[in-house]
Design a protein around this ligand. Structure first.
Ligand SMILES: NC(=O)C1=CN([C@@H]2O[C@H](COP(=O)(O)OP(=O)(O)OC[C@H]3O[C@@H](n4cnc5c(N)ncnc54)[C@H](OP(=O)(O)O)[C@@H]3O)[C@@H](O)[C@H]2O)[C@@H](O)CC1
Ligand SMILES: Cc1cc2nc3c(=O)[nH]c(=O)nc-3n(C[C@H](O)[C@H](O)[C@H](O)COP(=O)(O)O)c2cc1C
Ligand SMILES: Cc1ncc(COP(=O)(O)O)c(C=O)c1O
Ligand SMILES: [K+]
Length: 518
């Protein structure tokens, strides 16, 4: 007998989730470089940051589905806008270049994470496009990348010499064309093509003709990120011969130039969040809005993916029998707190699976609102589909997936309603809008239109605008699942995951811990 449930019940657990107690003990193994490797102690700040990044890329970065709603500029318009910005509108070239370079760096960071794409080569041309590349490289250095610069035709103006000095002070290496490896794929993960921008004309002259030829021969790696114009492309007609470079990412600045219509790589971003309304009006620019505080926005269609090739190789600290708690509720508390401390979003979101009397299963997400030795609690409408399933079959399964931690927890057991008193207390702790929402929603029934819900919602909002108590509907309340089985899953390489199952045998209060094959 490993442990006794009776001993567990002597401990006190809070019913409603409390804020996290102190951080758990340090987990073994150092932080490894791969994106999905993690050791909690060293990665906590990073995890939080990654979750934020993910939030940005999936939520706040809007995707322009219809690329026709973005304006494209001719070469002349692009040059004119530049002059207007730097003339009557009072911008300096340094300022615009700083913003352009920062937009490029943030676009790169949106798609190519430094954990996998750290070695960056910025190839910079003689004009402002080259300057954008120098600025982008500086920001990428500060974002955690390892940039190198190839800058063969330096312009002796103070703006450019200053940018070079800044990079040298960060020990960013400069590589001459002669020292560039013939095969760039061995030494670099990302190439920033900042050779030519919108003032390019004719055919590329040395040494850029040879560099462009080398970019042409590249396969999948390194990826190429072109700043404003894929170098060698005609600014308006694009890659008209079809033999030009094929960048993976294009970061258009201010507004895409006409050649960008021919760009069919997976990532088209827009940067240059500085266009004043007067310029947008004068040139009839249709531009997407930038989300939040972002310096870039994805335009064009999101990339097509091969779903069958989508996979992550999990790398995590081992989950060993002699390291886990004897009581599953304590192990759950530990993992839950670690997930909260790592800044994961909606740590308490769980899939709830039920079956009806015909043994037909159904799943949906609900929010865990408390757990202790008596079970796991959530709230819902008792007359919903899940409510009716549970009245027909009072057994259910819960599932938590904490993606950023490569962790999954399964819990199974019998379900019962919590007391009316507990439900009342929780109901009145919710925002008043949600209380009214619960009255309005005859959950899981067919609604003839959204207005039906909103009309009633508005009516009730007026009715209770005096702040009076909003009565809890009789059919709304909590369920509690009393677990007889837990499984703690920790993702590991080659699908050889750790699975530790805690189970209770009939009539025996002791939890048995067993390792299951992955
Ligand atoms: N508001 C905005 O939009 C902002 C724009 N910004 C950025 O400025 C970029 C435009 O910069 P830009 O005007 O300096 O010209 P760019 O294209 O870098 O190159 C010109 C140089 O290349 C040379 N060159 C030309 N053809 C060549 C050839 N065939 N073979 C060899 N060399 C050739 C040419 O020499 P030339 O032929 O004139 O002697 C000159 O030295 C724009 O795309 C954007 O990235 C941001 O910084 C700020 C905000
Ligand atoms: C993250 C998340 C949390 C949710 N939490 C709850 C909840 O706590 N209670 C609830 O009734 N529905 C919740 N829902 C909505 C349910 O998933 C579901 O749509 C609803 O309960 C109706 O399910 P049913 O028709 O199977 O009963 C949540 C949805 C999501 C995505
Ligand atoms: C329909 C429904 N009911 C209840 C909840 C739980 O919300 P609360 O945290 O306000 O109790 C949710 C959460 O998404 C929900 O969608
Ligand atoms: K370029």
């Amino acid at each position: 007998m490993r442990s006794s449930m009776r001993r567990v019940t002597t401990m006190t657990f809070s019913f409603l989730l409390q804020s996290s107690p102190p951080l758990p003990p340090v987990l073994p193994k150092p932080l490894l470089s791969h994106e999905h490797r993690y050791s909690l102690s060293s990665i906590l700040p990073l995890l939080t940051q990654r979750s934020r990044l993910r939030t940005l890329s999936t939520k706040s970065i809007p995707i322009m589905q219809d690329s026709t709603s973005v304006s494209y500029l001719s070469q002349r318009e692009a040059a004119e806008i530049d002059e207007t910005l730097m003339g009557p509108l009072g911008f300096s070239v340094d300022q615009l270049m700083e913003l352009a370079g920062l937009s490029v760096a943030t676009s790169v960071a949106e798609v190519y994470k430094p954990s996998e794409y750290s070695r960056v080569l910025a190839i910079c041309g003689p004009g402002n496009n080259g300057g954008d590349g120098l600025v982008a490289a500086r920001h990428l250095h500060h974002f955690g990348y390892k940039p190198s610069i190839c800058y063969p035709k330096r312009t002796p103006k103070s703006l450019y010499t200053g940018l070079v000095t800044q990079l040298e002070s960060l020990s960013v290496p400069f590589v001459s064309v002669d020292d560039l490896p013939e095969d760039l794929s061995k030494d670099f993960d990302v190439i920033i093509d900042a050779i030519f921008g919108f003032s390019f004309h004719g055919a590329p002259r040395p040494p850029f003709d040879d560099i462009i030829r080398r970019l042409l021969s590249l396969q999948k790696r390194p990826v190429i990120v072109s700043v404003d114009i894929p170098s060698g492309w005609h600014v308006e007609e694009g890659d008209n011969e079809g033999g030009g470079i094929k960048p993976d990412m294009l970061v258009s600045l201010t507004a895409p130039k006409l050649c960008a219509k021919r760009f069919c790589g997976p990532h088209h971003f827009l940067g240059g969040r500085f266009v004043p309304p007067s310029v947008a009006e004068k040139y009839k620019l249709e531009l997407p809005s930038y989300p939040g505080t972002s310096m870039c926005v994805r335009i064009g269609k999101p990339p097509k993916v091969d779903i069958s090739a989508m996979r992550v190789n999990y790398v995590s600290p081992e989950l060993l029998e002699d390291q886990v708690e004897s009581y599953p509720i304590l192990q759950f508390r530990k993992w839950f707190d670690e997930a909260v401390a790592a800044g994961l979003r909606e740590t308490n979101a769980m899939a709830l699976s039920t079956t009806n009397k015909d043994r037909k299963p159904s799943s949906r997400m609900v929010l865990l609102k408390g757990f202790d030795e008596n079970g796991f609690v959530w709230f819902t409408n008792y007359e919903s589909k899940k409510g009716s399933d549970l009245s027909e079959n009072p057994f259910a399964a819960l599932l938590f997936y904490w993606e950023d931690m490569n962790r999954q927890v399964r819990i199974e057991g019998a379900v019962e309603r919590i007391s009316e008193e507990e439900s009342e207390t929780y109901y009145h702790s919710r925002p008043r809008g949600s209380q009214i929402g619960a009255i309005v929603s005859k959950q899981s029934s067919v609604v003839s239109g959204r207005h039906v819900l909103y009309d009633e919602y508005e009516e009730l909002t007026k009715k209770y605008s005096d702040g009076s108590v909003i009565p809890k509907p009789k059919n709304w309340g909590g369920f509690r699942l009393k677990p007889n089985l837990f499984e703690f899953w920790q993702g590991q390489p080659s699908r050889l995951h750790d699975r530790l199952q805690y189970s209770l045998q009939e009539g025996n209060p002791a939890w048995i811990i067993r390792r299951l094959a992955p």
